[in-house]
Design a protein. Sequence first.
Length: 623
Amino acid sequence: MSLIARVGRKAWGVRALLGGFYLVLTAGAITMVYPFLVTLSGSFKTSVDRTDFDLLPAWMRDDTVLYRKHLECKFNNSVTAFSIATREKTYGFHAVNPPAPTPPARVADWLAFERDAAIPPGQYTLGYTVHAGDRMELWKHREFRRELMRRFDDDLDAFNRAADARLPTWLAIAPPAERPSDRRYRVPAEPLMNAYYAFKAAQPSWLRVYAGLDGHFTRQFLEPQYGAIAAYNAKHGTAHGAYRDVTLAERAPADGLARTDWERFVRDELHVQFIALGDASRPAFAAFLRGRYGGDLAALNRRYGTTFAAFEDVPWPADRIHAGDALADWTAFIKVCPIEALRVESPETRYRRFLRDRYAGDLATLNQAHGTAYAAFDTVPLPVLESDYAAFLEQRKALRREFFTANYRQVVDYATLHGRALLNTAIYCLLAVLAALTINPMAAYALSRWRLRATYRLLLFFMATMAFPAAVTMIPGFLLLKGMGLLNTFTALVLPGAANGFSIFLLKGFFDSLPRELYESAEIDGAGEWTLFWNVTMALSKPILAVVALGAFTAAYGNFMFAFLLCPDERMWTLMVFLYQLQLNGHTALTFAALLVAAVPTLIAFLACQRVIMRGIVVPVEK
């Protein structure tokens, strides 16, 4: 074999070896970067897509996934609320698909009704307020809190006085979990609730979730009672294909079991704000009140705070959502009044009357315009899915912006509004860095400047401290500091880590490398020991001091368990303790977002120190 061939083969072998090294390094880099990218992607998730371990969240490019996330948050992560409102049975928002295209008139008619109907806030809930099952804060939750903070100029004490509350932080403000169609639900007559209702009424209509009385009637009342639709049909003599075909009539059916069901539901289960009585029932209501109060009109006036001249003057209660004596009497009357006097007044019944007037009672024209085959005006459902999807298509940009920032906003709000977390952490880290840059350099300078016989024994002792995990010294350290009366103080946080054996060892080795001639020249010029330490040793040791400072900052900033033990008082908790509390009952996406936000200060500290550190590595090599 020629010399050229042997050299060529050897060159190819070297190239193959180098290529193998590069492949290994590339694989190592991927294994380091991939988990970070998965964490970053996971920080933008909600319950719908949190099990999708993709590097780029699907909702950023797929409208179907974005639509599912929108439904999840609009219905406040309640599949039951979604099923009741839409009459669609589903077991998770991840299985919901966009509705089939429908004639524009169906959505246009609903928008026209919604614009003019002036539906009271008590008959719907607001989407994007409560993420049921965890501590995720949604869009309107944050807006409601910010509005109250602006109104009171961030003065929590002023808010507590005005609202007659004792909230420890702004984070304690949360929208209520409402049940507008439940008979037992009453809105507390509190300033905070009144402020929320005013806030809710001012929000765009596409964020409303109307109380679906048809769905409540069938899903919560009929289905648990009769089971499958076949059993319902057999007992009622009907031929419905599913419970979604059953509606809650405006008035009681003529006779039969359907009339009994309607009466029981309206008298006992339906919230009274959806029940109306005609003026013909006023004499019966006056007779009911006369019997209830034993003919004592003065007793009624005392309870109501009114001055009625006769029982016949008492009107229907205008406020049917706040608890009160008048509402209690009216609710009791509903249970005993003639069934013919009862009428359901809901968004469904009002919408059906609107359509009847709009199409002049011509059902065929309505079906042609809506592309449907309704059997009667009284069976027309609310176009919840169709109207919501139309609004979704218009709001996609805003929704993507919301999902991109929501989890990070919550983490930042949690850190900034939760007590003194940021201030405590800043003070702790600053004191820890100052202590590390004072005690460790002085100890290392003494060992380097004066050659003690026990120098290496001392260094061995310092290095031996690294052999014990922090968990081993945690309890003895806690007991010692407790015995000294230092719990819940910054001294307790800083003192255990003020001296570090590895830092002293590292600094001593660096100080030994400094030229002795500098010290001799400085001494000839009359420099004292402090001048030698500060102006010579410390001035020439900036790179290694940056390493020590970075290590002290990282240890203090990331300290959780020991800080939690030493400072059980919540007013002394650091940021890491609060972030741990957030992760306990929070969402997986919140945990990812908290980890990334918590890493930012450490990254900033490293970037601030890396130039000094690199100068200490590169410059000596170049020399």
